[in-house]
Design a protein around this ligand. Structure first.
Ligand code: ATP
Length: 281
């Protein structure tokens, strides 16, 4: 599904959170939404799902304004996984995942064998099927996060909006989720994923959207967006962005506060190998 965000502004209470944001995403892209804490990433994702009112501009899914779509219509195309999910009631994991099927059922309808098979497949895909009869209240943060990711998959939508799905995951699960996300996009799904691990984003995402203070600072491939200049402008830090020599992956080294570049860093860190001077930006 193609997404067009045109001059989007979102104000919540007194806060002008998104300011004149514009970008487009093609079907099949795996898009990392990156930016500092409080910059507006969650607000952007929630607005794309129709959960927040738009105060200016528009969001178009396949050319249709989100304002013209009912909640059920959006749910048939776009699944949203929220950032941190605290569950205060005693549901089993499988019941949580099954709620993903509700947009497809009439109010009087019970879920059928097909829904059960879809739920089972989604839980197996993210490795939580063995937890299906456990109360979500007593799962670890990472296990719970994967249950909610299974719920998003079980909704069987063309688009997934995932808000930090790897925040509580160890590095194996986090890498797996990104690997799986990229595979799903190669098969045609469109995924927008909020992520703080910029190297993980560089490894798997096809496109990055860099948000800072409610503005879209840059949109493009990881190589285009992850530059020292963009990181300085968005995060107010000094960093070196370089390719590691073995895997040709982008790496980011954040200089300690007060150290502005590699020369200053070398002066205070004698162990730095002076013979290697990577092609730093
Ligand atoms: N419902 C709301 N009403 C008023 N202000 C809000 C609301 N939700 C978020 N904000 C404010 O909007 C700004 C952006 O919040 P948002 O959660 O979108 O940031 P984020 O980039 O996702 O941050 P993080 O990386 O910390 O998750 C913050 O200053 C936040 O306090």
């Amino acid at each position: 599904m193609k997404l067009d965000v045109q001059s989007l502004s979102v104000t919540l209470g007194e806060n002008h959170i998104l300011k004149d944001a514009s970008f487009s995403i093609d079907s099949g892209e795996f898009v990392g939404i990156i930016g500092p804490n409080g910059s507006g990433k969650t607000t952007l994702l929630k607005t794309l799902r129709g959960l927040y009112p738009i105060s200016g501009g528009q969001v178009l899914w396949d050319g249709k304004s989100i304002a013209s779509l009912s909640d059920k219509e959006i749910a048939h195309h776009v699944a949203y996984m929220q950032q941190s999910v605290n569950v205060s009631f005693d549901y089993e994991a499988i019941d949580i995942v099954m709620t993903a099927r509700y947009p497809y059922l009439k109010w009087w309808q019970q879920e059928g064998p097909e829904d059960k098979a879809i739920v089972e497949k989604a839980m197996k895909e993210v490795g939580v099927y063995h937890l299906c009869n456990r109360s979500v209240q007593f799962l670890s943060g990472g296990e719970r996060q994967r249950v909610f990711l299974a719920k998003a998959l079980a909704q069987q939508t063309e688009v997934l909006l995932l808000d930090e799905p790897t925040a509580a995951l160890d590095l194996v699960y986090a890498d797996d989720i990104f690997h799986e996300g990229r595979r799903l996009c190669d098969e045609g799904k469109t995924i927008l994923i909020v992520v703080h691990d910029l190297e993980l984003a560089a490894k798997y995402c096809t496109k990055l959207v860099l948000v800072s203070d409610g503005h879209i600072v840059d949109v493009g491939t990881p190589r285009e967006v992850l530059t020292a200049e963009n990181l300085r402008n968005a995060f107010h830090l000094s960093a070196a962005v370089y390719d590691d020599p073995y895997f040709k992956q982008q790496r980011i080294f954040v200089f300690p506060k007060g150290t502005t570049d590699i020369k200053a860093y070398k002066q205070t860190n004698a162990s730095t190998d002076m013979s290697i001077d990577p092609d730093l930006q």
